[in-house]
Each structure stands twice: as structure tokens, then as C-alpha cells.
Write a protein that binds this ligand. Structure first.
Ligand code: PEP
Length: 256
């Protein structure tokens, strides 16, 4: 990690119920405590719990985000949630292009780019997820796939707009599987993404954008993963539902 401020996101996916979400939020905020002064932490609860989790966060210094957002700012789009609605409920970020949406719902690169633009237009921080499948890795195409996804997501954005984003490298084969990329594998993808930002924009932007790793991060492996020079923290799924695990991961990001 460099002098970039570390970032840890907790993606709760479609887990829990209202009372449990509030309790988890309060316990996470208490367990992280003053570490939030040295790490940006954002919780991504299911949409129906966004407002309650926001209230439970109160002055904890922890951010709130949606797990997705519509590419549209408003209008006749049944079932979608606009980035402005997330902001209206106190959210400051949106996950975009998570592999569970790319794969289960068939979200293509162009839609992910449109969502990224919509999030930025509503002044939400887009946390844009990219990552290769096991088949793509085994075929030797991991870095090409990730490069294509990053180029597509950032299409048409200015350096200032990209500067508001966080990029999350999440190899699909590591998400929810208990298999984690090695720090070297993560570093090689992160370093390629950072070089690409330098090529598309400039060295200053490349040096400042946080690129976080996701895929079976736990308290036991977080410090090693976060010690890779271009890994600026993590996007945490399963372990974000466990108070002590998540708080340890946040502390590991501070210490890295
Ligand atoms: C995720 O959902 O983005 C994720 C990385 O999940 P997990 O930590 O459970 O692998």
C-alpha cells in the first residue's frame, strides 16, 4: 500500500433482515471505533435496509452505499433504484458491475459504463468491480479481460470523474469460494490497472485512485493481501457479516 488512504467496503449482498442489519451496523461501528480515522469504510446493505443502516451509522464516520444503481437518473424504470435515491437516503457510493450481477443478470460492459456515469452524475462514488472467471484465467486471458472491463467502464469519463471512483479487482473464482488470489496475482492485476490509468489519463491520477481487492478476504489473509504495493484495501463479502472479522480486516488495511 502507498500513501493512498485505504478503503474497505462491506458488501452484505442479499443477506439478513431489518433488525439484524441494524444490529450488525451498530456492532460494526463499535468494533471499528477510531480506526475510521485512517481508513475509508463503506457498508453496502441490501436496498430495503439502506435508510435504517444509515440511521444506525449516525456519526460513526462510516460510509453507506447501494449494491447497484440504475443507469437512469429518474423516470419509468420499474424496479430500479436511481443513484439520486441512494444519495437521498444518505448513501455516498454505489457498487457497480459486481460479478454476481454481470453473471446472474447478464449485465454487459456498456450497461456498467452507463451506471458508472449515472453514479458520478448524482455525485455518488462508483466502486467499479472487474475480474476474470476461472476459465478466462486458465486460458491465459485474465489481464486482457480485466483491461477490457476497466476500459469499458471508464469510457468517456474525464480524469476528474475517474478520480472520484474506486476500482475493485475481484477475480470471479475467488468470490465466496474460500479461494483467495495470491498477493502476487492480485498485485499483477492491480499494477496493470494502475498502468492503464496512467496510459488513459495521467500518472498523477493513476497514483491516486484506490484499487481494492475482493475475493474471500478474511482477517487471516487481509494483512498479506493488503501489503501488496498496489492493493489499497478490500471489498469484503462473507466476512463483512461477521463483526470481529470485518473490524480486523479494517485494522489490517490501516496497518498495511
Ligand atoms: C464480494 O461480494 O464482492 C466478495 C468479495 O465476496 P467474498 O468476500 O465473500 O468472496
Amino acid at each position: 500500500m502507498s500513501n493512498r488512504r485505504p478503503y474497505v467496503g462491506g458488501n452484505w449482498k442479499m443477506h439478513g433482515e431489518l433488525a439484524g442489519a441494524v444490529e450488525l451496523t451498530e456492532n460494526v461501528a463499535a468494533a471499528i471505533g477510531e480506526a475510521v480515522e485512517a481508513v475509508d469504510v463503506t457498508l453496502f446493505p441490501p436496498f430495503p435496509y439502506l435508510q435504517a443502516v444509515g440511521h444506525a451509522l449516525r456519526q460513526a464516520g462510516i460510509g453507506l452505499g447501494g449494491q447497484d444503481c440504475s443507469p437512469h437518473l429518474e423516470g419509468a424504470h420499474t424496479g430500479q433504484t436511481s443513484p439520486a435515491m441512494i444519495a437521498d437516503l444518505g448513501g455516498s457510493a454505489a457498487l457497480i458491475g459486481h460479478s454476481e450481477r454481470r453473471n446472474e443478470l447478464g449485465e454487459p460492459d456498456a450497461l456498467i459504463a452507463a451506471k458508472t456515469r449515472a453514479a458520478i452524475a448524482a455525485e455518488l462514488q462508483p466502486v467499479v468491480c472487474v475480474g476474470e472467471t476461472m476459465g478466462e484465467r486458465e486460458a491465459g486471458n485474465a489481464l486482457q479481460v480485466v483491461e477490457r472491463q476497466v476500459r469499458a467502464a471508464l469510457e468517456g469519463l474525464t480524469a476528474a470523474q475517474v478520480g472520484t471512483a474506486v476500482l475493485a479487482y475481484e477475480p470471479v473464482w475467488a468470490i465466496g469460494t474460500g479461494i483467495t488470489a495470491t498477493p502476487d496475482d492480485a498485485q499483477s492485476a492491480h499494477s496493470m490497472i494502475r498502468s492503464l490509468l496512467g496510459e488513459l489519463y495521467d500518472a498523477g491520477l493513476a497514483d491516486s485512485v484506490r484499487i481494492i481487492y475482493g475475493g474471500s478476504v478474511k482477517a487471516a489473509n487481509a494483512a498479506e493481501l493488503f501489503s501488496a504495493p498496489d492493493v489499497d484495501g478490500g471489498l469484503i463479502g462473507g466476512a463483512s457479516l461477521k463483526v470481529d472479522e470485518f473490524a480486523s480486516i479494517c485494522r489490517a488495511a490501516v496497518s498495511a
